[in-house]
Design a protein around this ligand. Structure first.
Ligand code: GLU
Length: 472
């Protein structure tokens, strides 16, 4: 089946149903977990130049088993109700998997942000936020947006400013949106979070020698070949961190203008610089251009990371995929029919709702920081530092050895916010993977990681509904 006529929401429901069959929850409860609770479709006029444009936009709250609901806002021409519903549903499962205590939501504005000036985008963002406020679809305890495809910290700052204009005096107002600029109540490490989470997820999954042996690979990430589709925020940070910290060899990448390959390894930062200067990745020294942009998906590599939009791997190209592992950095990059083909071939698919959960995890940290009105590390950093210094002094006195100043400063460092965020993110990604892997090993009916991830999410959301007293 082609990717064009296959509903994204249907694909998510197919995955859900497959996993639901491996649980023994009552059907009414499963129906409630699956359903989108609230769909807000809006149209609003914005004056662009001398004309008015009527903008189509959405906010979907998939599940209210925990509040607030949470999820990004996407600016793209491909936005439609089906897509936003699918993405909102994925957010519910994603949050449950990484134990982020939120329900799932998603927003979408049907525009091509590249065709508007910053001023016009600001106008659209502020008007969209006003519509959300009007219907009580935004607030630190209600629904908390974040960046997604086509948006970033700049848009989040506009949302915050619009919200606080209307809600003057609301003490936790800055928690109404996450992914804000660090200097405007954001958090260190949010921008890189999804890509860093993808790396931690790959590192954990690839650390099990038995699992890797089944794929014909050795354990570990060092020297493993990597292909990445899309060099936006998620693709770029995945490439940068995976090569620098994990020793991956990046052999192929794609962007709007096409795809390139270099078996000797691409230097991602040199490539980004080259693109900035020339406007394209094509012609990057040492690389060869692939005939089509989509060819990046079919490169012979150990790990493929689709990091752009949904449904890029579908019934029409699934059989051509050669990667042994696919890390779904994008949301929904593989249709359910394509997933069947890949699983039959033995491809390991690390599902989106787990591997791209780094973004919402650090959003959760940002929200906590906003509610506590204090940056992480402020209370304990100096105290920890002094404790370590005292310990080092004790070691010096008892052993008679001196530790030089540089080494001492390194050992006796209290944690900054960025250290704590990265530590919290790594812990989250490692623990969540272990839970999913354990379910896959324990439950005979569960044959793949996505089904295991769904079983995990369904179990957690189900028990929330039961403890809310909604289902006996
Ligand atoms: N848009 C991101 C996602 O799809 C982040 C959501 C958030 O931080 O709330 O997971």
């Amino acid at each position: 089946m082609s990717n064009k006529n296959y509903s994204f929401f249907q694909s998510v429901e197919d995955y859900f149903d497959k996993a639901a069959a491996c649980t023994n929850l009552p059907s009414g409860l499963l129906e409630q977990i699956k359903a989108c609770n609230a769909v807000y479709q809006m149209r609003f006029p914005v004056k662009i130049g001398n004309d008015y444009q009527v903008i189509e936009a959405y906010r979907v709250q998939h599940s209210h088993h925990r509040l607030p609901t949470k999820g990004g806002i996407r600016y793209a021409m491909s936005v439609n109700q089906d897509e936003v519903m699918a993405l909102a549903a994925l957010m519910s499962y994603k949050c449950a998997i990484v134990d982020v205590p939120f329900g799932g939501a998603k927003g979408g504005v049907k525009i091509n942000p590249k065709t508007y000036s910053a001023r016009q985008l600001q106008k659209i963002t502020r008007r969209y936020t006003t519509e959300l406020i009007r219907k009580n679809f935004i607030g630190p305890g209600i629904d908390v947006p974040a960046p997604d495809y086509g948006t970033g910290s700049r848009e989040m700052a506009w949302i915050l400013d619009t919200y606080t204009t209307f809600k003057n005096g609301e003490i936790d107002a800055v928690g109404c949106v996450t992914g804000k600029p660090v200097e405007q109540n954001g958090i260190q490490g949010r921008t890189e979070a999804t890509g860093r989470g993808v790396f931690y997820g790959l590192k954990e999954a690839m650390s099990y020698a038995d699992d890797m042996k089944e794929l014909g690979l050795t354990a570990g990430t060092e020297g493993k070949t990597l292909a990445i589709q899309g060099l936006g925020n998620v693709g770029y940070y995945t490439a940068e961190i995976s090569t620098r910290e994990g020793g991956f060899k990046l052999i192929a990448v794609s962007e709007y203008e096409g795809a390139i390959m270099d078996e000797n390894g691409l230097d991602i930062n040199a490539l980004m610089k080259f693109r900035k200067e020339t406007g394209s990745i094509l012609g990057f020294p040492g690389s060869k251009t692939l005939p089509n942009r989509e060819d990046v998906l079919e490169v012979d590599c150990d790990v493929l990371v689709p990091a752009a939009l949904e449904q890029v791997i579908h019934g029409g190209n699934a059989h051509k995929i050669k990667a042994k592992i696919i890390g779904e950095a994008a949301n929904g990059p593989i249709t359910s029919d394509a997933a069947e083909i890949l699983l039959k071939k033995g491809t390991m698919i690390i599902p989106d709702m787990y591997i791209n959960a780094g973004g919402v995890t650090v959003s959760y940290f940002e929200w906590l920081k906003n509610l506590s009105h204090m940056r992480f590390g402020r209370m304990e950093k100096r105290y920890d530092q002094r404790t370590y210094e005292n310990l080092i002094d004790l070691v010096q006195r008892t052993t008679g050895k001196t530790i030089d100043q540089k080494e001492k400063a390194m050992l006796a460092r209290g944690a900054d916010e960025i250290d704590l965020v990265r530590s919290g993110l790594e812990e989250t990604m490692v623990m969540a993977y272990r839970q999913i892997r354990e379910i896959k090993k324990r439950k005979k009916k569960v044959k793949d990681l996505r089904t295991a991830a769904f079983v995990n999410a369904i179990g957690k959301i189900g028990s929330d509904y039961v403890s809310l007293g909604i289902f006996p």
